[in-house]
Design a protein around this ligand. Sequence first.
Ligand code: ADP
Ligand code: MG
Length: 356
Amino acid sequence: MARINLEHIRHAYGAKPKSESDYALKEVHHEWNDGGAYALLGPSGCGKTTLLNIISGLINPSEGRILFDGTDVTHLTTQQRNIAQVFQFPVIYDTMTVYDNLAFPLRNRRVPETEVDRRVKEILEMTGLVSWAKKTARGLTADQKQKISLGRGLVRSDVSAILFDEPLTVIDPEMKWVLRSQIKRLHKQFGFTMVYVTHDQTEALTFADKVVVMYDGQIVQIGTPAELFERPRHTFVGYFIGSPGMNVLPAEIAGSTASIGDQRIALDFRPEVKAGTKTELGIRPEFISLGREGMPVAVTKVEDIGRHKVVRARFADRPISIIVDEDGEIPAEPRVTFDPKAINIYADSWRVGGEA
Ligand code: ADP
Ligand code: MG
């Protein structure tokens, strides 16, 4: 297992990048703890695979260094870095049996056959492939092949880190849940450093201790699921996490008051905002109360989604979402209040002030 340091990493696929927009990965400078379970979360094209491949050594970054436990590995291969990587689509040997496919990474490292057998049997159990062990991989379905791929990534217990790139894409939803729980269990048992790429917030939030949110070639926040929910550092994290995401409303800030249209909202802190920045107020739908007191809203739509309702409304001429209890009533002249503790203020999309 290893602690991983990414030092001022930037990457452009084309030669001679000129401007920021030529970089698929802008500036990444972070430390990933030994034994941590990280999820790399972000929309398609934001640079997740690029970053993962830089960590594994499949890509040499245009700039910056990578250290494993303090040693520079920037120019070492994946094998030299001792990394296991599981890709989105199966990478297996079609002519080998399922058993031999799983045994391959161990035999390659000259692990004694008794140990190979013990580990392979564990992985066969875990992936539900016991009865397929002696079959060649060729005849299997896409999701069975992907389970073999996953198994090959998990079979060794001496790796520096295991990297997963959207590994459950081709797996059916129920099995997805089972496999994800098992990966998590293996993490608890062996303490591997794991990095798990996904564009699915539920997958990220249930897998990881720390979620790394990426947007447009940058890491915008690394935090626990609770931190990302309560204190999004960037408005993108606010929108992207939560269902529906955070309401982000243009606001003027003066002292400890935010004005949205002609509504005044008292803040419990004084955000320091430089003149000329675009300022916004963020409040999650969970922290707006709908009732007879507060500021007026016009309800446009109510969506009943089981345990609660999502109310879509207009507030100061802007659309907002509010979450209310399943049996919560919507008064004839509805009004809202914002929980002051749940208000975040943003300047040019980055969070300012308030409690950390
Ligand atoms: P993600 O995995 O988050 O979907 P990627 O890391 O694959 O994102 O891609 C990040 C950006 O780099 C995208 O704009 C993508 O088009 C570009 N890109 C990815 N791979 C290559 C490549 N081999 N050559 C050129 N551009 C690439
Ligand atoms: Mg990708």
